[in-house]
Design a protein around this ligand. Structure first.
Ligand code: PRP
Ligand code: URA
Length: 212
């Protein structure tokens, strides 16, 4: 795949280990859900290297010094429903007071076109940094539409996080939105004729929530 300055791929042994278990069709719903959360936590650490800090006074047992606090009130987590919900707890582990917005999208199974069915975002969203999360970045249609929905509401800073990305989808988002940082834990080979990622992990929503 072409390299994009706004795309960040992970090359971390822990992620390779956890994603391999996620892929396994024998992995239970409970373990799948726990792994998605854990990977989201690791990804959040990595994606926060440029996070805004506020200086704060700290009194150690020995003296007064200056410490730092993450400006958590400026961050909103937005999962793309349904499967993005599986990543929220993982991000909250790092940013426990971040507010959460929701965007509902489903892919029409014949056209593969995303359809928006829900959007509820916290007040003042335009001035926040949005962590948009979805485990799967396949054709890129859902991510592009969710980004467009956020931009329509004035959001200027967006970080998109996906656990698994197909080259086609990563390129689509990176090219359509060069101002959006795209974090992908694992880049897979390609899409099949039904728009599923190969080797992938199947349908993330179904595996998270026990549906078919
Ligand atoms: C999955 C996934 C993404 C989308 C990715 O959701 O969670 O949102 O597909 O595919 P794309 O990149 O080709 O748009 P799905 O549409 O299956 O909805 P669901 O989570 O509600 O099952
Ligand atoms: N959505 C999924 O859940 N899995 C895929 O492989 C592609 C889209």
């Amino acid at each position: 795949m072409k390299q994009y300055p706004n795309v960040f791929l992970f090359d971390h042994p822990l992620i390779k280990h956890k994603v391999s278990i996620l892929r396994d069709k024998h992995t239970s719903m409970k373990e799948f859900r726990e792994l998605i959360e854990e990977i989201a936590t690791v990804m959040t650490y990595e994606s926060m290297k440029d996070v805004e800090l506020v200086p704060v006074g700290v009194e150690t047992p020995l003296e007064k010094t200056v410490g730092y606090r993450v400006k958590e009130e400026s961050i909103v987590i937005v999962p793309i429903l349904r499967a993005g919900l599986g990543m929220v707890n993982g991000v909250h582990r790092v940013l426990p007071t971040a507010h959460v917005g929701h965007i509902g999208m489903y892919r029409d199974e014949t056209t593969l076109e995303p359809q928006e069915y829900y959007c509820k975002l916290p007040d003042g969203i335009a001035d926040k940094t949005v962590y948009l999360v979805d485990p799967m970045l396949a054709t890129g249609g859902s991510a592009c539409d969710a980004i467009a929905a956020l931009k329509k509401r004035g959001v200027k800073k967006i970080k998109f996080m996906a656990v698994i990305g197909a080259p086609e989808g990563v390129a689509k988002v990176a090219e359509a939105y060069p101002d959006v940082s795209v974090y992908v834990s694992t880049l897979d080979r390609c899409l099949n004729d039904n728009g599923y990622i190969l080797p992938g992990l199947g349908d993330a929503g179904d595996r998270l929530f026990g549906t078919k």
